[in-house]
Design a protein around this ligand. Structure first.
Ligand SMILES: Cc1cc2nc3c(=O)[nH]c(=O)nc-3n(C[C@H](O)[C@H](O)[C@H](O)COP(=O)(O)OP(=O)(O)OC[C@H]3O[C@@H](n4cnc5c(N)ncnc54)[C@H](O)[C@@H]3O)c2cc1C
Length: 481
């Protein structure tokens, strides 16, 4: 991952007019055409600045140098960019905050990076229809806070929520901590405005509670990683804001025992608003980073929370199930503030693991919950075989694990072993009936693995869909396939 910091350009953007920037004829023509329909301040060409937009937060993913970075403020400006790109056959890479973990937002050589971060208006919050209409650059946490003021709730909450954008969340179909109860981004996107590769504007979906008119193109766009069109507006479903959740932490002598508890909780019909797991390595890393004082002797720490009318009763029931599964200690949070601290600990897990050896490769394998224990055991075997530290943090209630390979990128042998173990973990996930990616997407990192998961016919049909939307192949080329 290489250190998690908000991915704003590291220096003040230098804005150049066409005449100031030294470029070859092709790039010159591109800039002339872009500047014909965009304000100069929306077109960045300084290589030091454009270089800072080259990649997202995934390791091991090649990235090219963008020819130009464009920061539009309106759908019309996005249309102008796409018309220009089509006319000149220039690739376009849509970007949000570049917190992605699969290289999906990485630039290709000579591309237009289309950063949607300035399109960050919340257009409408409608408590009667229970929807929000937003531009793609709205930051996830900003939307959550804004709808909260109306007594409403936008559930998808990736740990990166203070930085990542709704456009990026739609691009990756992202999940988060509360998805075990409330579901993932796909379940909240009702309709989209999308600028197609040739610059046409298309509206999909609905703002009604129901609607089945035609193929569900809205769903097709969710998780399409910027390869089918550019989202310029989204209609999102909202829920009434639930009561604040109360959490508990349960310590287990083994990952297997913690997974057994997860199975008992889910089979028992409980509906926690959060069910997360951190292994010993992760707990140690979080303590190192945050000084939170989580229990370091535990092999696995399970966090469960409820936002029900009587969370204490639900926590007591789940605590008993944890004890039956072998928990050595079950500690309910005393209040909402203490619960929030536990969540903060969990949210900082990936950043903390990144600090262990300076670099991480974060797997995103999702298995049926009933196979979670086998997944954890398998990861342990892989770590041992390669002599590596692999911390596991998981949205356990979803069976979505993030085995995180910690390594020293300066050591070529360790680098090789890290990549091998990363791949073996995906292979293990498929063997257990799972998927190579629960929420981070395929991007560049898992391209070969997508083909293994969906097979040749699946790939052929997906390519056919891509060709229908983007016959010239200019939208985020080199991703997914
Ligand atoms: C510390 C940390 C914790 C994380 N935790 C989670 C987590 O809990 N759950 C989770 O799911 N993810 C998590 N992630 C991954 C990442 O934050 C998500 O994938 C997020 O959705 C990416 O949003 P972004 O705005 O950064 O998008 P980017 O990374 O910029 O882009 C992601 C993809 O979406 C496409 N895209 C962006 N905007 C548009 C648009 N307007 N139209 C079309 N395509 C577009 C891009 O081309 C790219 O393919 C985490 C990342 C970090 C660094």
């Amino acid at each position: 991952m290489g250190g998690f910091t908000p991915m704003a350009p590291k220096c003040e953007p230098v804005i150049m007019s066409r005449s100031e920037a030294p470029h070859d004829d092709m790039t010159g023509n591109l800039l002339d055409r872009l500047l014909a329909g965009l304000p100069a301040e929306a077109v960045l060409t300084d290589p030091d600045v454009t270089g800072s937009y080259a990649h997202d937060m995934a390791g091991f993913c090649p990235a090219g140098n963008p020819a130009v970075v464009v920061l539009p403020r309106t759908a019309e400006e996005v249309q102008h960019v796409m018309r220009t790109a089509t006319a000149l056959r220039v690739p376009v890479v849509p970007q949000g905050a570049r917190t992605g973990l699969s290289g999906g937002a990485n630039a290709t050589e000579g591309c237009i990076v289309l950063s949607l971060t300035r399109m960050d208006r919340i257009v409408e919050i409608n408590p009667v229809d229970r929807i929000a209409v937003v531009e793609p650059g709205v930051v996830n946490a900003a939307l959550s806070r804004a709808v909260g003021e109306h007594g409403l709730y936008y559930p998808p909450d990736p740990s990166s929520w203070e930085t990542c954008t709704i456009g990026g969340n739609i691009g990756t179909a992202s999940g988060g901590l509360c998805c075990v109860k409330y579901g993932v981004t796909a379940e909240y996107v009702l309709g989209l405005d999308v600028v197609l590769a040739d610059g046409r504007l298309m509206s999909t979906g609905r703002r009604t509670a129901k609607g089945v008119a035609g193929y569900d193109l809205t769903r097709l766009f969710v998780g399409s990683e910027g390869s089918l069109g550019v989202v310029v507006r989204a209609i999102l479903a909202l829920k009434p804001r639930p009561p604040r959740q109360l959490a508990l932490a349960a310590e287990f002598p083994s990952g297997a025992a913690a997974c057994d508890a997860v199975c008992r909780i889910m089979a028992g019909g409980h509906v926690p608003s959060l069910l997360e797991l951190m292994d010993r390595t992760t707990v140690g890393a979080v303590n190192e980073l945050t000084r939170m004082g989580l229990p370091e002797t535990t092999e696995a720490l399970l966090l469960a929370a409820f936002d029900t009318p009587d969370p204490a009763a639900d926590l007591a029931a789940v605590g008993a199930l944890c004890e039956a599964a072998g928990a050595t200690q079950v500690v309910p949070a005393e209040d909402v503030a203490e619960s929030e601290l536990l969540l903060q600990a969990r949210r900082s897990a990936l950043v903390a693991l990144d600090a262990v050896k300076g670099t991480t490769m974060i797997d995103d394998v999702c298995v049926p919950r009933s196979r979670l224990g086998e997944m954890l055991e398998g990861v342990e075997r892989i770590a041992e075989k390669h002599g590596l530290t692999i911390g596991v943090v998981a949205h356990a209630g979803d069976g979505n694990t993030h085995p995180t390979v910690c390594f020293d990128a300066a050591d070529p042998d360790e680098r090789r072993r890290a990549r091998e173990s990363f791949d073996e973990i995906m292979g293990l996930g498929l063997e257990l009936g799972g998927t190579i990616t629960g929420e981070h997407g395929v991007g560049v990192l898992k391209k070969e693995w997508l083909a293994r998961e969906i097979g040749p016919v699946g790939v052929e049909m997906q390519r056919a869909v891509k060709a229908a939307f983007d016959p010239l192949g200019i939208l985020n080329p080199g991703k997914l396939f």
